[in-house]
Design a protein around this ligand. Structure first.
Ligand code: PEP
Length: 246
């Protein structure tokens, strides 16, 4: 599985980051582990990395360099050692990032050879199923200006906002996740050539913990997880990874 550890702003010391990186290396034999440190620590940990663990930026700039104070461009992120970029995380969208900006960032990431992980997810579920149209729109608008070849590189992270930062008990059920993955692949089938939709990597994020990881992984059709809180303590992250190791 592809398991992304989103450290958000939980990690504020290099020492802690190094400990988590060392622990991740021990977990990377059977899974692709990708770490998302805060930007100041990305280069420190990722530059010259030769381990099986990979790195992902939590966000990239809307700009492509030059006189842009405070920006972390896709080129600089790649140079720092990341190979992936999270795009459109709900915590960025909450700061005003819209679908148009998400589409632009996807292009910047791809232009620099970073594999984009496109985050989508509804704020809440309505009985009429409007949230399904909302998710379709998030995917379609992100893909609109990409070539077929570029679209095939995008990883989708389905992260319902109502499930983020809660507990395993309040997370999505395995049954609902299975339905959502089918729906996302159906949307992708209209946008990707050939067998692209079945081959696309679809992840789930939102209160994945050691307690629910196995149930969510089994038979739901997902290719991995995007993990927040449970990824910032070595013990809980190790327990989560072990839970999905058969
Ligand atoms: C996230 O915000 O990407 C996330 C998955 O967070 P958590 O695991 O803490 O719900």
């Amino acid at each position: 599985m592809l398991i992304i550890a989103n450290w958000k702003a939980y990690i504020e010391s290099v020492e802690k980051g190094k400990k988590l990186f060392a622990a991740a290396k021990r977990l990377s034999a059977k899974h692709e582990i990708v770490l998302a440190p805060p930007a100041p620590f990305l280069g420190i940990l990722a530059h010259g990395n030769r381990s099986k663990v990979s790195f992902i930026a939590q966000d990239i700039s809307r700009t492509t360099g030059g006189a842009q104070t405070g920006e972390n461009t896709a080129a600089a992120i790649r140079e720092a050692g990341a190979t992936y970029a999270l795009i459109g995380h709900s915590e960025r969208r909450a700061m005003g990032e819209d679908n148009a900006l998400v589409a632009k960032k996807l292009q910047h990431a791809l232009a620099q050879g970073l594999t984009p992980v496109l985050c989508i997810g509804e704020r809440e579920r309505d009985a009429e199923g409007q949230y399904l149209a909302f998710l379709r729109e998030e995917i379609e608008s992100a893909f609109a200006s990409l070539s077929q070849k570029e679209r095939l590189q995008v990883v989708i992270a389905y992260e319902p906002i109502w499930a983020i930062g809660k507990s395993a008990a309040e997370s999505i059920t395995a049954t609902d996740l299975t339905e959502m993955v089918l729906y996302i692949r159906k949307v992708l089938a209209d946008l990707l050539p050939g067998r692209g939709a079945s081959r696309a990597r679809v992840l789930y994020g939102g209160s994945v913990e050691p307690e629910n990881a196995r149930a969510l992984a089994q038979g739901s059709g997902i290719d991995g997880f995007l993990v927040g809180r449970a990824s910032v303590e070595p013990d809980s992250f190790a327990a989560l990874v072990k839970a999905v190791t058969v």
